[in-house]
Design a protein around this ligand. Structure first.
Ligand SMILES: Nc1ncnc2c1ncn2[C@@H]1O[C@H](COP(=O)(O)OP(=O)(O)OP(=O)(O)O)[C@@H](O)[C@H]1O
Ligand SMILES: [Mg+2]
Length: 169
């Protein structure tokens, strides 16, 4: 098995100044998807994971309301690519997460967006974009974007270039 690589070189650290801005970051990420992407959205309650997920859905051309799947665990949406929005908050461990069927989505060419992925850290394959959100103030959030795997690293590099005009690699 390959050793886990550090992801620090391509990491991005951003401050979002409001929910709308976090949504736009998500929309940019969604617009860059070509199918098969996995987004792991982490951070405490109210950090903005669902706001970001809604933005990704918008970037994927999903029409209509995107609501938090806290109780349903998975919501599916049809956009330019299919999107599965997963929330593992209520789950504890990989076995519990597998019972939701989230694994099936990870094998498809759709886009999988997972809130609280840290509840089942071993569930995800070697290619993902992680967005870690943290409270800075009532309206500001720290947004750290890291990635693992070729596809995701390329997506984040492109996101950096297009959103900020910087090369992250
Ligand atoms: N810069 C910001 N980015 C994102 N959300 C923000 C920001 N500033 C304020 N907010 C507010 O913070 C809240 C974030 O809620 P959201 O449901 O997205 O959090 P969450 O991380 O999904 O929480 P949970 O763990 O409960 O699912 C919203 O009410 C949003 O309007
Ligand atoms: Mg949420």
């Amino acid at each position: 098995m390959m050793p886990r690589m550090t992801v620090a070189s391509g990491d991005l650290d951003i401050v979002s100044h409001g929910a709308a801005q976090t949504g736009r970051l998500g929309a940019r990420l969604g617009a860059l998807c070509t199918g098969g992407e996995v987004f792991l959205l982490d951070g405490e309650l109210g950090a903005g994971k669902t706001v970001l997920a809604k933005g990704i859905a918008e970037g994927l051309g999903v029409d209509g309301p995107v609501t938090s799947p806290t109780f349903a665990l998975i919501h599916e949406y049809a956009g330019r690519l299919p999107m599965a929005h997963v929330d593992l908050y209520r789950l504890d461990g990989e076995a519990a997460a597998i019972s939701t069927g989230v694994e099936d989505y990870l094998r498809t060419d759709g886009v999988t967006v997972v809130e609280w992925s840290t509840r089942a850290p071993d569930l995800f394959g070697p290619d993902w974009v992680r967005v870690s959100l943290s409270h800075v103030s009532e309206t500001k959030r720290g947004v750290r974007v890291s990635s693992m795997g070729r596809r995701s690293r390329a997506l984040v590099a492109r996101f950096s270039r297009e959103a900020f005009g910087i090369a992250s690699e």
